[in-house]
Ligand binder design. Sequence first.
Ligand code: ADP
Ligand code: MG
Length: 215
Amino acid sequence: MQKPSATASGKPLLVAVTGGSGSGKSTIVRKVCEHSPDLPIAILQQDHYYRDLSHLKPAERDAINFDHPGSLDMALIQTHLESLARGVAIDRPTYDFATHTRTKEVVRMEALPIIMFDGILALHDPGIRRLFDVSVFVDVPDDVRFIRRLRRDVRERGRSVEGVIEQYLGSVKPMHDEFVAPTRRMADLVISWERWNDRSIAMLANAMRELYEKS
Ligand SMILES: Nc1ncnc2c1ncn2[C@@H]1O[C@H](COP(=O)(O)OP(=O)(O)O)[C@@H](O)[C@H]1O
Ligand SMILES: [Mg+2]
């Protein structure tokens, strides 16, 4: 079946999924898509929008605080979400985490009827926040998020335990407390994701379907 190109009103539904690092945002976005494979959902990840640091020396790049909002190209995020909200496709940048640079490759992303934006700072910037029709904050205690992050970075990213702890205490935690945690109260919906909570996935997917079909 061909996917429709827009909702009845012609305006895509924009859904923000935010919360701290390791809370389970990307997992939830994936599970919503698996729960409702017929929903025409496109996923946009904040991670592609880190600023290009090719003008800095490699040692200087490593000193950047990647958990600070200033490390992201917020203006481009806003421009791209505004395009998608109007039903206009974007050329999404691609970021190379190994070199902290934006690669030449761009990825065309069509404005499907439902856009899910996944990022720790989705609700931080007022100009971006106002673009979302629905926002979800994934709520998980800090200790659990830290343990998940430690596991993921050691197992999947080849990092040392000491290195992960240092980064957590040095930038991840202070930036979370200052910029991410305060956006919890700005979200429409808070999902408790300390355990696998499949009911919350079903409820979110069903709410999105209802908004999509009515819009
Ligand atoms: N409810 C859960 N219980 C246990 N582990 C989870 C849960 N949800 C996600 N995870 C795991 O935690 C890690 C971080 O999840 P992820 O979705 O990547 O978080 P985020 O995108 O918010 O940083 C992953 O390894 C994921 O498999
Ligand atoms: Mg993620």
